[in-house]
Ligand binder design. Structure first.
Ligand code: ZN
Ligand code: ZN
Length: 781
C-alpha cells in the first residue's frame, strides 16, 4: 500500500540554490516543513569542497555531507513504532521476528526503528514492520530531532524594581530582615556592584545560600534569574610557555619554507624522526596567527599523538581547539561554530578538514604518509591529505606535508618540482639516529632454546637495557595469542564460517575470534572434526609475546598496547601514561606503537618478525614495511644517548632491510619508484578499485564478468580483472575486484569516472544483478 506511514519520512536538507522560474516539470514538489536555521551553517567554499569530494571520489554530495556535518547539526527524522490500539494477543500466528517486536512493544510504549534493528539484529526491518502494519498491530509516528542544545548557566541579578542603587538595596534589606541567608545574598549582590549579577552557583558558594533561598528572593520580586550560554569546552588551565629559541638549522629551514611559499604554496618537510619538525610548525603557526589567519593542523590519530596537542596548547593556549570524532556531539558543534567565527588554530584527525574555515592560511599535514588519513568505508572514501591539497588550492592557503618517511606520491610531487622540498637530515640536538642491528632468524644457533621466536641477542639486550633503567618497545603486528589453531592429527584449522581467514586464538578470553567479521566462539577443547586432543596454536600474537616474556623476564613490568587492550581512548591513554611514568619497562604492541609516541627513555626497540611485514602481497607492502620499521625505530633514543634497534628476520639480504639499517630513504624510494614505473603503479598512474560483493559466488563472478566487459568496451586494457581479492569471502560475501589504471591527467580521469558511473546505472538495469553490491574506491591505499 502506498500510504504506508513509513514512507512519510521527514528529511532535513540544505538549501543550496533557489531555482525560481527555471523549475523544470517532471519532479513532484514537496513543501518545506519548517526552516531550521536562520543563518547559513556552511560556507560557499565548503559546499564547493563537498562537490569536489563527491565528484572526485565518485559518491554523492549527501554522503559527503554525512561525514562533513557534525551530528549535532544534522537533523534526523526518527520513526517511532508503537502498538496499535487494537487488542494484541500473543496467540496470533506471528513469525519469530514479528513476535519479538510485539513483545518489546508490550514493555515499552514507543520504540525507534533503529532500536528494532538492534532487537532483531537485522538491517532491513521494514518488511517485518510492513506485515505488522498490514495486520493492524502497530502504528508509527515521525519525530524530527534537533540534536544540538546550547549549554546554559543560570545567573542571578537584582530585578528592575530593586536595581536602583542604595534605595533599592534598603527596600530589599527591609524585605529580608527575617532571613539571614536572604539578606546575605542581597548584601553580596549590592556589595559587588555587578549589575549583571553572578552565576547562581557562585552566589551560593560565596554566601552559603542554597537554591531555595534564591527562589524565595525571586518570589518576593527582589532578584531575577536569567540564562547565559556557556562553553562546554574546557579552557586551557596551564601556564602559557614562550616558544624556545630556534636552533640555527631550524631558523634556516623556516626561512627556506617562508621564501619558498612565494612561488610554491606546497612544501614537503622531510625530516628524520626526532629532527624537530614540530618546532618549525610552531613557528609558522605563530606567524600565521599573528597575521590574523587560521591554521588547520591535521594528525593521523589524535589519541596517539596527544603529546603534540599538549605541546601546542602550552604555547598557544585557548587559541588551539582539538576536533575529533570522539568528542561529544555538543562540543563538536561548538567547535564548528567557533571555526566559523575565525578561531585561530584547529587540530584534528581527517574529518577536521570539513570545518567551516573563513580565513584559512596554513594547513599542516603531519605524518602525511599515514594510511589512516584515508577513509576506507563507507563513502566518501577520501584521503584527507589529498583533499587538503585541493582545499589549499581553492582557499589560497599554504600547505606543509611533514614526515620522516614521505609517501611515494608526495615525494614524487616534490621531485617533479610541484612541491618545494626541505630536508632535515639529522636529529635535533646531539643525539644520533639509533643503531640498527639485524638478527638472522634462519640461523638456528642464534635462537633462544625452546623459544624460537626470540633471538638470544634480543633477550640479552632487553636485559641489558632494563638493567640500565631504560625502557623497551617491542613491535609485533598481530594481536591475539596465536593467529591459527590447528589439529595435529587431521589438519582441521580454526577457519571462520563467514570469511576465508583463520580465527585468532585469544587466550585471555578463552575464545577464537575472527578479526574481520567479529565472529567468536569458545576455544574448542578437542578437534571438532576428529576429536583429537592434539590442538596446536600456530604463529605469534602480541598476547603470546607478553606471556612468554613474563616467563623469560619475570622481574620486568610488561604492558601491551593493541586493539584488545587499547580499544578506547581512555585505555590507550592509561597505557601510554603508565609507560611515560615508567610503571612499565617493556611495552609490546601492534602498529599502534609505531605512531608518534615520544618518550625519553626508550633504549631499545625490537621488531620481532619483520618477514611478515615485507612479504605482504600488495604493491604497497614495501612502502608500508619501510614506513613502519623506520617509524618504530625512530622511537629509540630520542633525548639522551643513541638508541638501539634489533630487527629479527630471515630476509637478511633483502634490499629493504639494507636501506633500513642505513636509514636510507633515498635509496629505498629510488628503487621503489623504478618498480612502480615499470608496472605502471601509482604515483605513475591512478587506480580505481571496484569491488562487487554477493553471497552467491556464481552470481558475484557473473556480475563482475559482465561489468568488466561493459567497462572494457571503452576503457580496454586499462581494466584489470575481474579477479578475487586476497581474501575472497568476507562477512559471508564473496568478492570480485576490477581495477582501473588511469593516466594521471585529471581531464581523462573526469571522463572515465563519468563513464564508469553511467555503466554502473546500466548494469543495475539488469534486474538479475540488482542484489550484487558494488563499492568504488578512488586512489585506494
Ligand atoms: Zn582433527
Ligand atoms: Zn569472519
Amino acid at each position: 500500500s502506498s500510504d504506508l506511514p513509513l514512507r512519510n519520512k521527514i528529511y532535513a536538507g540544505l538549501v543550496i540554490e533557489c531555482m525560481g522560474e527555471s523549475y523544470q516539470p517532471g519532479f513532484t514538489l514537496k513543501y518545506i516543513h519548517s526552516v531550521l536555521d536562520q543563518h547559513p551553517i556552511i560556507t560557499r567554499e565548503q559546499y564547493d569542497l563537498w562537490k569536489w569530494v563527491a565528484s572526485y571520489y565518485m559518491c554523492t554530495e549527501g554522503e559527503v555531507m554525512s561525514v562533513a556535518l557534525p551530528t549535532g547539526l544534522k537533523m534526523s527524522s526518527e520513526t517511532l513504532i508503537s502498538a496499535a490500539d487494537t487488542e494484541y494477543s500473543a496467540h496470533l500466528s506471528l513469525s519469530e521476528d514479528e513476535f519479538m517486536i510485539m513483545e518489546a512493544l508490550q514493555m515499552q510504549q514507543e520504540i525507534p526503528v533503529k532500536t528494532i534493528q538492534d532487537i532483531l539484529d537485522k538491517k532491513s526491518v521494514y518488511p517485518v514492520l510492513k506485515k505488522l502494519f498490514d495486520k493492524q498491530l502497530i502504528k508509527s509516528r515521525e519525530e524530527l530531532l534537533e540534536v544540538y542544545k546550547p549549554k546554559l548557566e543560570q545567573w542571578v541579578r537584582f530585578s528592575a524594581a530593586y536595581a536602583d542603587g542604595e534605595s533599592g538595596y534598603n527596600r530589599a534589606i527591609e524585605n529580608t530582615v527575617r532571613s539571614f541567608h536572604q539578606a546575605n545574598v542581597v548584601q553580596f549582590l549590592f556589595g559587588s556592584g555587578e549589575e549583571k549579577g553572578f552565576p547562581s552557583g557562585h552566589i551560593c558558594k560565596e554566601t552559603g545560600a542554597d537554591a531555595s533561598v534564591l527562589s524565595a528572593l525571586e518570589k518576593k520580586g527582589i532578584i531575577e534569574k536569567y540564562y547565559v550560554e556557556i562553553s562546554r569546552l574546557k579552557p586551557f588551565d596551564g601556564f602559557i610557555e614562550e616558544l624556545p629559541a630556534l636552533s640555527p638549522v631550524q631558523e634556516q629551514t623556516t626561512n627556506q619554507i617562508r621564501t619558498g611559499f612565494g612561488d610554491k604554496p606546497h612544501a614537503l618537510l622531510h625530516g628524520v624522526t626526532g629532527s624537530g619538525k614540530t618546532r618549525i610548525y610552531q613557528e609558522l603557526i605563530s606567524e600565521t596567527v599573528a597575521s590574523g589567519g587560521q591554521v588547520l593542523y591535521l594528525l593521523p590519530e589524535i589519541a596517539l599523538t596527544s603529546h603534540i596537542v599538549q605541546r601546542l596548547q602550552k604555547n598557544f593556549g585557548d587559541d588551539v581547539l582539538v576536533f575529533h570524532s570522539k568528542l561529544s556531539v555538543f562540543k563538536r558543534v561548538e567547535i564548528w561554530n567557533k571555526c566559523l567565527g575565525g578561531h585561530p588554530v584547529l587540530i584534528g584527525a581527517r574529518s577536521a578538514l570539513f570545518l567551516p574555515f573563513t580565513g584559512l592560511k596554513l594547513i599542516i599535514v603531519d605524518e602525511e604518509h599515514d594510511p589512516s588519513f584515508k577513509q576506507y568505508s563507507p563513502n566518501p572514501r577520501y584521503n584527507a591529505r589529498d583533499v587538503a591539497a585541493f582545499m589549499a588550492h581553492k582557499l589560497n592557503s599554504r600547505i606543509i606535508y611533514g614526515s620522516a618517511t614521505p609517501a611515494l606520491e608526495t615525494w614524487h610531487n616534490a621531485q617533479k618540482g610541484l612541491y618545494q622540498y626541505i630536508g632535515l637530515n639529522s636529529r635535533f640536538g646531539t643525539v644520533k639516529l639509533p643503531e640498527i642491528e639485524i638478527i638472522n632468524m634462519h640461523d638456528k644457533s642464534m635462537l633462544l632454546p625452546n623459544h624460537a621466536s626470540y633471538s638470544i641477542r634480543l633477550i640479552s639486550q632487553i636485559q641489558h637495557v632494563l638493567s640500565r633503567g631504560d625502557q623497551v618497545l617491542l613491535f609485533q603486528n598481530r594481536r591475539g595469542f596465536a593467529p591459527t589453531i590447528r589439529c595435529g592429527s587431521c589438519g582441521w584449522y580454526s577457519k571462520c564460517q563467514h570469511c576465508d581467514v583463520s580465527m585468532t586464538y585469544h587466550k585471555v578470553f578463552e575464545e577464537i575470534r575472527c578479526h574481520y567479521c567479529h565472529a567468536r566462539s569458545p576455544l574448542p577443547g578437542v578437534c571438532p572434526v576428529c576429536g583429537s586432543q592434539g590442538l596446536i596454536d600456530l604463529g605469534l600474537g602480541t598476547e603470546k609475546v607478553e606471556e612468554e616474556l613474563k616467563i623469560l623476564l619475570p622481574e620486568a613490568n610488561i604492558g601491551r598496547m593493541d586493539l584488545d587492550t587499547a580499544g578506547t581512548q581512555n585505555e590507550m591513554e592509561s597505557i601510554i601514561l603508565d609507560f611515560e611514568r615508567h610503571k612499565t619497562d617493556i611495552l609490546i604492541g601492534t602498529q599502534m606503537i609505531t605512531k608518534g609516541l615520544d618518550f625519553d627513555h626508550i633504549g631499545l626497540v625490537g621488531i620481532i618478525d619483520a618477514d611478515r611485514l615485507i612479504q605482504f602481497p600488495d604493491f604497497r607492502s614495501s612502502e608500508r614495511a619501510f614506513q613502519m620499521m623506520i617509524q618504530v625505530s625512530g622511537r629509540a633514543g630520542r633525548r639522551k644517548e643513541q638508541g638501539r634497534v634489533i630487527i629479527q628476520t630471515s630476509l637478511v639480504d633483502h634490499p629493504l632491510i639494507r636501506d633500513i639499517i642505513n636509514h636510507d630513504y633515498q635509496s629505498f624510494v629510488e628503487r621503489e619508484l623504478l618498480e612502480r614505473e615499470k608496472f605502471n603503479y601509482p604515483p605513475f598512474s591512478r587506480l580505481i578499485d571496484i569491488m562487487l560483493k554477493h553471497k552467491d559466488p556464481k552470481l558475484c563472478r557473473q556480475g563482475a564478468t559482465e561489468f568488466g566487459r561493459m567497462l572494457k568496451t571503452k576503457l580496454g586494457r586499462a581494466v584489470l580483472g575481474p579477479a578475487p581479492p586476497g581474501i575472497e569471502r568476507l562477512r559471508g560475501l564473496y568478492h570480485q575486484r576490477i581495477l582501473i589504471k588511469l593516466e594521471k591527467d585529471p581531464r581523462i580521469g573526469v571522463g572515465v569516472k563519468r563513464f564508469i558511473l553511467e555503466q554502473r546505472d546500466l548494469f543495475y538495469e539488469n534486474k538479475m544483478f540488482s542484489p550484487v553490491k558494488m563499492s568504488i574506491d578512488v586512489d585506494p591505499v
